[in-house]
Design a protein around this ligand. Structure first.
Ligand code: DGL
Length: 263
């Protein structure tokens, strides 16, 4: 299956932030983008149910697309499902996406870092372990946003975003303590980079926003590099597929804009 496409999986259209980086790094590969829009938003799912849903979806996705590698471009999913996916499909390499706590802890100067994620990612033991292992010398505030992923979806489809709502969602990330202020916010949801300019505009003070998409794409490239080149690269079309089976016009337009043919 090494000549197959790279499958990029997300709960919605947020994973396009990872796809765009992956394409730059892997021009010789075909891509299939999978949006589990029937399950969106993942942030509100109970862990075991979400785990089972994604493992079951992959049986069909692997059968249909025969990918060379699967990139789970979703923190909310990756922080629970990676062991189960690797166990269920041992022949397929998987790359996950987890909050960029380590680079944030290495770069902060104030020692105050915030991780902005879905409520699901914030609750995960995986996220707590990352902080314990890589950020024990800094203060990390976990901020679980109920609405940002949906605001990003609306923005991607219609170009509109309620800036006051963005402000309310990001405000808890900004901490002042004994003359120090938060200087890094980790974007720990693939949807958020699409709203980063609005976040910058609505932020009470400037911070660095860490978007891990390029690092994830590099990890995928390191694995893909060990596989033989894609045989059907020249005439292969990149596809997008929606688990609802029924993307609306705005979703279709968006996929088209990313050069993806809707399956
Ligand atoms: N884009 C997903 C993530 O990276 C989650 C958005 C959602 O489905 O709630 O966490």
């Amino acid at each position: 299956m090494s000549e197959g496409p790279v499958l990029v999986f997300d709960s919605g259209i947020g994973g396009l932030s990872v796809l765009r980086e992956a394409r730059v790094l892997m021009p010789g590969r075909r891509f299939v983008y999978v949006a589990d829009d029937a399950g969106f938003p993942y942030g509100r799912w109970e862990e075991a149910a979400l785990n089972d849903r994604i493992v079951a979806l992959f049986a069909d996705l692997i059968g249909r697309h025969k990918p060379a590698l699967a990139l789970i471009a979703c923190n909310t999913a990756s922080t629970i499902v990676m062991p189960a996916l690797r166990k269920a499909y041992p022949d397929l390499p998987f790359v996950g996406t987890v909050p960029a706590v380590k680079p944030a802890a290495e770069r902060t100067r104030s020692g105050l870092v915030s991780v902005l994620a879905t409520p699901g990612t914030v609750k995960r033991q995986y996220t707590r372990d990352l902080i314990r292992d890589y950020a024990d010398k800094v203060h990390v505030r976990l901020v679980g946003s109920e609405n940002l992923a949906s605001l990003a979806e609306t923005y991607m489809r219609s170009g509109f975003v309620d800036e006051a709502a963005v402000k309310a969602e990001i405000e808890p990330c900004f901490v002042s303590h004994e003359g120090r202020q938060t200087d890094i916010v980790v974007l720990a949801c693939t949807h958020f980079p699409f709203l980063v300019n609005r976040m910058r505009k609505m932020a009470p003070w400037p911070v660095d926003w860490i978007d891990p998409a390029e690092a994830i794409a590099r990890r995928a490239l390191a694995i893909v590099d060990t596989l033989p080149k894609n045989a059907d690269f020249s005439d292969g079309r990149d596809l997008a597929t929606f688990t609802s089976g029924n993307p609306d016009l705005a979703q279709r337009r968006l996929m088209h804009g990313f050069g993806l043919t809707v399956d």
